[in-house]
Design a protein around this ligand. Structure first.
Ligand SMILES: *Cc1c(COP(=O)(O)O)cnc(C)c1O
Length: 455
């Protein structure tokens, strides 16, 4: 029998609405707090930072479906709907009875899922007359996505890029510059936050937390300027549900339903995007799908962090977020999956994890690259080092299915390709990469800082 490898939707089948899982969660995430008053943030309090519509989406606990604006859908069409692919050759290499599917978000022009929310955020900002945006970027994926989105909607953009990535990933910087963004290595001398950190640690190679502080500070000081974030927040996860909503239709075309859904986990947006539309059926229709977040062993907030109120950034400019965290001062090892080097998990996923509706596992750096190379050799796509974490979990689950002799259906999100990350692969092949493990003591010491934040 001829096998179908790719499940393709037409442009007409592009989802018209995003899915807001909060409206259907029994236990809602705890409120985010104003750090000065320790009271729940009101929508208006978010306006200085974010576009009004995004602030509204951030706190929306009632509407399960939110319309995707026409202009955003129109732009999505340059790469969406993205293909769902059955990984026959990976299955064969593993000699597994499991069926492995992946949703290919690497086909976006910027190479990752991040454009799904970048276009939406830039659009809403443009709508309300904003002229300038600031943001931070780790590995550079978010910065590149927002650079293209800002250009699309005629906005000026400044990106604070974590210094280690600025140096390790010069091509991402070039991409941002190609799309017209100004890129600054963080920590920088251009903000109080950057100057403070540099005066204490002159050689600090940066973290997402620091870069966020710098981007927020610049946004607050610049007229007509908003800050944007590419992960962690509820509205970001909301926009990413377009991934899972398409995948739901495509799995139906394949005549299957996933037993296991997997996404790599930085702040949680691509994991949320692939998971929430399926998790909806666990909540509403009694389905028993497992949802697994794949995080790096060097930054294991979901598997080993604590559930506490914490800041989203290093300096403490953001609201207090109820989340699994390693502490906002956590400095993760310089693994190549830069997009996963974030200390906390989004508040929705944190609540879902607390309620045992989703699971998490951590993956060592070397195992992630081993999985990434096997995937490249069987399916042809060199995965982003971040996505390789999801692949590693998919492989482990497929091997478990083989041991147990159960034909599980596994779906993972290929969040991006790794064509701009080849230095990382070079170092892996040269044997220059290592695993990083954290002791219980390292973690306990670090989360001490949270004890007096709220109480
Ligand atoms: C940013 C990024 C991630 C991690 O971010 P999430 O918000 O957790 O999805 C994962 N994969 C790729 C390719 C990325 O660019």
């Amino acid at each position: 029998m001829e096998k179908t490898k790719k499940f393709i939707l037409t442009e007409k089948e592009l989802p018209t609405h995003w899915y807001n899982i909060v409206a259907e969660m029994q236990n809602k995430p705890l409120p985010i707090l104003n750090p000065a008053t320790k009271q729940p943030m009101k929508e208006e309090e978010l306006y200085p930072l974010f576009a009004k519509e995004l602030s509204h989406q951030e706190l929306n606990q009632t509407d399960a479906w939110i319309e995707i604006p026409e202009e955003v859908r129109d732009k999505y069409k340059i790469y969406r709907p993205t293909p769902l692919v059955r990984a026959y050759d990976l299955e064969k290499a593993l000699d597994t009875p499991a069926h492995i599917y992946f949703k290919n978000e690497s086909v976006s022009p910027v190479g990752s899922h991040k454009l799904n929310t970048a276009l939406a955020q830039a659009y809403y900002c443009k709508q309300e007359g904003v002229t300038h945006l600031t943001t931070e970027t780790g590995a550079g994926q978010w910065g590149t996505a927002l650079a293209f989105a800002a250009k699309t909607f005629g906005l000026e953009l400044v990106v604070y890029m974590v210094k280690i990535s600025y140096e390790q990933k010069p091509y991402r910087r070039s991409l941002m510059q190609t799309w017209g963004a100004q890129v600054i290595a963080s920590p920088s001398m251009s903000t109080n936050a950057g100057r403070k950190i540099l005066s204490e640690h002159p050689n600090y190679l940066g973290s997402l937390g620091t870069a966020i502080s710098e981007a927020i500070e610049l946004a607050m000081q610049t007229p007509n300027c908003k800050y944007t974030l590419g992960s962690v927040l509820n509205h970001v996860s909301l926009h990413q549900t377009v991934i899972g909503l398409e995948a739901e239709k495509q799995m139906e075309m394949a005549g299957e339903y996933p037993d296991i859904v997997i996404g790599c986990f930085g702040g949680g947006s691509n994991f949320s995007g692939i998971s929430f539309p399926f998790l909806r059926h666990n909540i509403k229709d009694g389905k028993k799908t497992r949802f697994i977040a794949a995080e790096p062993a060097s930054c294991p907030k979901l598997t080993r962090g604590v559930f506490e109120y914490d800041f989203g950034d290093e300096v403490g400019y953001t609201p207090l977020l109820p989340m699994f965290t390693l502490g906002h001062n956590f400095a993760p090892a310089h693994i190549h999956a830069g997009g996963l080097r974030y200390h906390g998990a989004g508040t929705i996923v944190s609540q879902l994890k607390k309620d045992n509706l989703v699971e998490a596992v951590d993956i060592d750096q070397l195992d992630s690259f081993k999985a990434g190379v096997l995937f490249a050799q069987t399916e042809g796509i060199v995965p982003a080092p971040e996505s390789a974490h999801a692949i590693a979990v998919a492989i482990n689950e497929a091997l478990k299915a083989k041991e147990e002799g159960t034909p599980k259906t596994i779906l993972f999100n290929l969040s991006g390709h790794g064509m701009v990350d080849m230095t990382a692969y070079d170092q892996y092949f040269a044997g220059d990469l290592t695993n990083y493990s954290l002791s219980e003591n390292d973690i306990a010491e670090n989360v001490k800082i949270l004890e007096h934040l709220v109480k």
